[in-house]
Design a protein around this ligand. Structure first.
Ligand SMILES: [Fe+2]
Ligand SMILES: [Fe+2]
Length: 221
């Protein structure tokens, strides 16, 4: 059965923000989820000359496999999230902020320069750091103590914060013109967009894992 996220009228922007791996499928098919992101899945498929049912089936396969290899035990799952996502985002953002700054200063007068990217990445770094610190210091320890349904309200707050993060990812997509490199881009610019693609994909996977596996499991404990 097709997931409701993949209804023909859902926007590609929404799907890219919520489903790990969808961004890559859209990039490969030349479907923009930045400025053209308000397009529905049906319209985007039509515009790209793709069969809607086939595209939906590829996206459904991602939903079916997402979270499949998530550790069963909550403490192991939390340790995995901390190491694979929290630590990785912090490490990569420090490096990407510096790289963005360099590309903006050296190529600022290029037509396709990612103007404003450093500022967006600084906002994303702050946003993620504050959010992850709350999970690390309050929410995850409470989950490990089995606080269960008592966590409904903090989980709700974290979920709303995830939506703010998704908006910042959208801004990254916007100022980089969909992370498409210009002809003859230098090594720094190429490394920057490669790193950003990985970071954005990781953040979507991180949020998806929390919202579809960890949070429901912890609330039911
Ligand atoms: Fe997290
Ligand atoms: Fe989170």
């Amino acid at each position: 059965m097709t997931d409701s996220l993949l209804a023909p009228e859902t926007t590609v922007r929404d799907i890219a923000a919520r489903l790990p791996g969808a961004a890559q499928i859209f990039r490969d098919a030349d479907i923009s989820f930045c400025c053209g992101g308000a397009l529905s899945l049906a319209d985007a498929a039509d515009k790209a000359g793709l069969d809607l049912a086939a595209l939906t089936a590829r996206l459904q396969a991602l939903i079916d496999s997402a979270g499949h290899d998530a550790p069963q035990e909550t403490p192991v799952l939390i340790a995995h999230i901390l190491e694979r996502y929290h630590a990785a985002h912090r490490h990569e953002l420090d490096f990407l902020v510096q790289l963005a700054n360099r590309v903006e200063s050296v190529h600022g007068d290029h037509d396709e320069a990612p103007l404003g990217l450093t500022e967006v990445l600084l906002a994303l770094r702050d946003d993620l750091d504050q959010h992850m610190t709350k999970e690390e210091s309050v929410l995850f320890p409470a989950m490990l103590q089995g606080a269960g349904a008592l966590l409904a309200q903090p989980v709700d707050v974290m979920t709303r914060e995830h939506a703010v993060t998704a908006e910042l990812l959208h801004q990254v997509e916007h100022v980089t013109h969909g992370l498409v490199l210009p002809e003859g881009a230098c090594g720094s610019w190429t490394a920057l967009y490669t790193g950003l693609r990985k970071l954005c994909d990781d953040v979507v996977a991180h949020v998806h894992l929390e919202e579809t596996v960890l949070f429901p499991r912890a609330l039911a404990a």
